[in-house]
Design a protein around this ligand. Structure first.
Ligand code: PMP
Length: 495
């Protein structure tokens, strides 16, 4: 039955061997094959969980500790939160709170809404979700696609404000007949779902070899349930939390609740809090790391581009923390698992949109200076090829051809007094060959602008256009190099 196998370790091994540049071929033979997808399911809910565990081989370059990602975006709703939808609904049915035809109300950053909406669709319940306005438009549309009513609330309100998304959801549930408040932040069915599924899956997928589990708390359900299960199997497993800069959770953990800090805004969605949720059991956490939006988004983009794992910002944040752990542990026999919470499709208008990233100063390359760009420019050509006003047009054209450049600054000592371009000189020479023996000073155009090497590349992009094909870069008072339209275009294309 070799040909029938889907998530076969052997197949994965073979594919990996065909990739170029793989630093080490992962030994995943210890992973037991599971039964997933080998039989038809009765409905989509059965396809939730048993997400693949995938080794990271590119972003881990130079790190000896193996790091694996639990790919939660394989869930039918595209996120880890599919795991809690059905258990929450079933618990409410068991308690008699939720009756046929009822309504499920929840405050959600989007993914829990999808998890609940999938289960509700099959079980005949209606959904009303409240969602802070910082969440992506993709998530709002997605919830509406499932037929849910979505109410957008302001993000920047205190946790007890009537317009806070959780407070509002609670109120709507109270005011709506036959409705329940799913209450993921205090509902034990949430961590219990991870104790029953995520934890055992990881234990089995790693044959009990997992040494570190790195996650991040939104509700804390994942960290609490998975952490409790893994520690019940092996108390030495380290549970590491990643927290966005601006969330209060890491500081609360560090000070054991002694420090009350104010939350600050941040861009990563779905994780971090301004209040400790009831479903986060801080006692399972052995280490907390604070990670910036910039690092989180940069890692999410790297996971997509380098590992082919199209994930959201929280996965980037957790993986950034997981790589810190793996570097520090520095042990090939350890096994670090990072959590890839949801799909990047939910953030196409945000972290995968360069314009949005630029507006929010999230791109590293936004900070590149002209000096750095000059340093990165390599090749045979000297950093500035220039001519003098006294040289002939013929000499200037030869110089351009010799160095394979299309324009030259005309220099008088350290001053740029004019410029010539191959295009203009060629047209003039073809019109009247006498021009070739004229001096450059007679035919030159305006000088190139001179800018300091500390200036940001983005600030000078607009200086370069059809009439002005280059800028001269000055270092410590003297011209140190030239950046042309094509240099700047290559820079913009590379980011
Ligand atoms: N990442 C994303 C994108 C999420 O939406 C959530 C849940 N809000 C999490 C991570 C965190 O999961 P948990 O609620 O189990 O802590």
């Amino acid at each position: 039955m070799e040909g029938d196998r889907r998530h076969s370790a052997t197949d994965a091994h073979r594919v990996t061997q065909n990739l170029r540049d793989v630093p080490t071929i992962p030994d995943i033979s210890f992973m037991t094959e599971h039964e997933r997808h080998r039989r038809p399911y009765d409905n989509v809910l059965e396809a939730i969980g048993w997400t693949p565990l995938i080794r990271l081989t590119r972003v881990t370059k130079g790190i000896v500790t193996p790091v694996y990602g639990k790919a939660e975006f394989f869930n039918p709703g595209g996120s880890v939160k599919d795991r809690i939808g059905l258990p929450i609904i079933e618990a409410a049915e068991r308690s008699g709170e939720l009756k046929p035809g009822g309504t499920i109300v929840e405050g959600t950053s989007g993914n829990t809404g999808v998890g609940l909406a999938i289960a509700a669709a099959l079980m005949g319940y209606k959904c009303i979700f409240t969602m802070p306005d910082k969440m992506s438009q993709e998530k709002v549309r997605l919830l509406k696609a499932f037929g849910a009513d979505v109410i957008i609330t302001p993000t920047a309100v205190p946790p007890d404000h009537p317009d806070n998304y959780v407070v509002m959801a609670k109120r709507i549930a109270k005011e709506t007949p036959n409705a329940i408040f799913a209450n993921q932040f205090y509902n034990e069915a949430n961590p219990d779902a991870h104790f029953a599924t995520t934890g055992p899956e990881l234990w089995e997928q790693t044959s009990g070899k997992i040494t570190h589990f790195v996650g991040a708390a939104g509700t804390g359900g994942t960290l609490t349930g998975t952490g409790r299960y893994l520690k019940s199997k092996n108390p030495k497993v380290q549970i590491v939390g990643g927290d966005p800069q601006g969330s209060i959770l890491a500081e609360h953990w560090r000070s054991q609740g002694a420090n009350t800090v104010e939350g600050a805004p941040y861009k990563v969605e779905g994780i971090g809090q301004d209040k400790v949720p009831g479903t986060l059991d801080m006692s399972v956490i052995d280490e907390y790391q604070t990670v910036s939006d910039r690092d989180a988004f940069a890692m999410a983009r790297r996971l997509t581009r380098e590992e082919g794992l199209f994930v959201g910002g929280s996965a980037g944040l957790i993986t950034h923390a997981a790589l810190n752990v793996a570097r520090r542990v520095n042990d090939p026999s350890a096994l670090v698992v990072t959590f890839l919470c949801d799909t990047g499709e939910r953030y196409l208008s945000k972290l995968y949109n360069d314009e949005w990233m630029r507006e929010n100063q999230m791109l590293d390359s936004e900070k590149a200076t002209l000096g750095q760009l000059l340093d990165a420019k390599t090749g045979e050509t000297p950093l500035v090829v220039s001519t003098s006003a006294a040289a002939t047009v013929r000499q200037a054209l030869r110089l351009m051809s010799l160095h394979d450049v299309s324009q030259l600054p005309v220099m008088d000592g350290t001053n740029c007094v004019g410029s010539v371009s191959e295009g203009v000189l060629t047209s003039k020479g073809l019109e009247d060959s006498k021009v070739l023996d004229k001096s450059v000073g007679d035919v030159m155009d305006a000088p190139f602008p001179v800018v300091d090497d500390g200036q940001l590349v983005d600030s000078v992009v607009k200086l370069v256009n059809k009439n002005n094909p280059a800028v001269l870069v000055r270092h410590a008072g003297t011209v140190a190099g030239i950046l042309t339209r094509s240099d700047l275009l290559h820079f913009l294309m590379a980011r």
